[in-house]
Design a protein around this ligand. Sequence first.
Ligand code: FE2
Length: 246
Amino acid sequence: MPPISMHSVDQQVTDLVTDINIEEWSRQYWAQGEFLALERLLPPSLIGEFIQEVDGVRSKINRNFIPKHKKGGSVSYYLLQESAPAIMAFYQSPQWLQVLSKIAGVPLLLCPDEDPHACALYFYTEPGDHIGYHYDTSYYKGARYTVLIGLRDRSTSQLLCRLHTKESDRDVQELALATEPGTFIYFNGDKLHHAVSPLGEGEERIVLTLQYVTDPSMSFTHRWFSNMKDAVGYFGWSALFRRPTR
Ligand SMILES: [Fe+2]
């Protein structure tokens, strides 16, 4: 496998953000209750680089199961830091961060090193893999924003979204979206009620998740609760004791 060129990732992000209609994206984001979905936004070349890294960490997937809520596999930020330089370069790209900040109208920051969710992979690879309805609740002192990037989708599974659930003057709007390679989904974690429908037999769905915050500080109690939730629901207990390397 040829080495990943960081210049290549930077250049592809430059190409991606050049000539975009940021005002229109921001308008759509706010009209949909802090939610935006753009099909196949990222080019196949960039997704191809990410998929090479995804295939390199497949042996390290942590499978998790919470009865009646979720079943699937995850790879944490800590493992991606060690072995996924193109994905890391994309997550940390200042240009990309600037675009997200402009859409949401707030200056965004990377999550702190000790957050295994900061940049992670979700694997839906076994029949019935899914996650029930939830918010990506912020345990930070500031707001938390989620980006989902579709990497591989050979499935009938869909991202189920309920928009405007926190707005008393709006009717709830329901959406069911496929996350095909390159599809970009962006939302305020406390605003979007969402789920993933169960995977069928012989199917596969892989998604990259990126998290950004307005204030990365967190109380000791919230950090403890967040760690417990991540260990049980996503990355396993070993992630609690793994030192971040960035
Ligand atoms: Fe979520």
